[in-house]
Design a protein around this ligand. Structure first.
Ligand SMILES: [Zn+2]
Length: 246
């Protein structure tokens, strides 16, 4: 079950959760675009203002966000968080403020969270610890840090779920291999982060990934741990249902 993609319109053939970020929040003023996707079977949504778009966050976006979160098939607030990578031009102070504002909304509604944390582990963990109780449930998505950091997250938040993408299928992704081998299976989620992260063995003619490719993540994790594919799928199916209350 793919727990994180950007909604390419794939249907119930591939059960998945469709997560959208801030461009869709703007679209929430004209609801029909995203509501159409959520009418599909086995498709759920999440809304939040991504740290790349933090400068666009304002009171009216916040109102639209609250409205979108009230839809019965929207199951989480996210992805939200901090991104200190070069790709993000938004100032840290602005990211912090927008992250905090959204965390308060999540906590008020006891809403599950999807956290995006890129090159910002310390600050991200500090803010989460400040605003949420340690038993809060969230999905730390597209985890690319090493096992040491995964352990720190598991210690700080015992109900955290860690999402692994098809990055794990690449020989060079050693830190992700370590995490895939060591993470307790009851904390693991599969994600494609579609349309990115194509599995290594896929033909180069294919340019974009899709939710059906979550199976490659599962197969690689099973191979690394020397367990069956079924075991990985059973755990991640259970974890997905728990995390997203589906
Ligand atoms: Zn992300």
């Amino acid at each position: 079950m793919d727990t994180h993609n950007r909604g390419l319109g794939y249907s119930s053939k591939y059960p998945f959760i469709q997560f959208r970020n801030s461009p869709s929040l703007k679209a929430s003023h004209s609801k029909s675009e995203w509501q159409k996707y959520l009418e599909e079977e086995n498709v759920w949504g999440a809304f939040g203002c991504h740290p790349h778009n933090a400068a666009d966050y304002n009171d009216s976006v916040e109102e639209a966000l609250k409205l979108a979160l009230s839809h019965p098939k929207v199951r989480a607030l996210g992805e939200i968080g901090l991104d200190y990578s070069e790709r993000n031009k938004c100032r840290k102070e602005v990211q912090h403020e927008v992250f905090r504002r959204q965390l308060k909304i999540a906590y008020e509604n006891r809403q599950s969270l999807i956290i995006h944390c890129r090159d910002a582990n310390e600050d991200c963990m500090k803010i989460l610890q400040e605003l949420l109780p340690e038993d809060y449930t969230f999905h730390l998505h597209c985890f690319t840090e090493n096992w040491k950091w995964a352990q720190k997250w598991l210690e700080a938040f015992p109900n955290v779920y860690i999402g692994i993408t098809n990055l794990v299928t690449y020989g060079s992704a050693k830190p992700t291999h370590e995490v895939a081998k060591s993470i307790p299976l009851n904390h693991l989620l599969l994600e494609t982060d579609a349309p990115y992260f194509l599995p290594r063995k896929i033909s180069k003619k294919i340019k974009w990934s899709h939710p059906g490719m979550a199976i490659y993540v599962a197969a690689q994790i099973a191979a690394l741990r020397n367990i069956t594919l079924e075991e990985v799928l059973d755990w991640t199916y259970k974890n997905t249902r728990k995390m997203y209350k589906i």
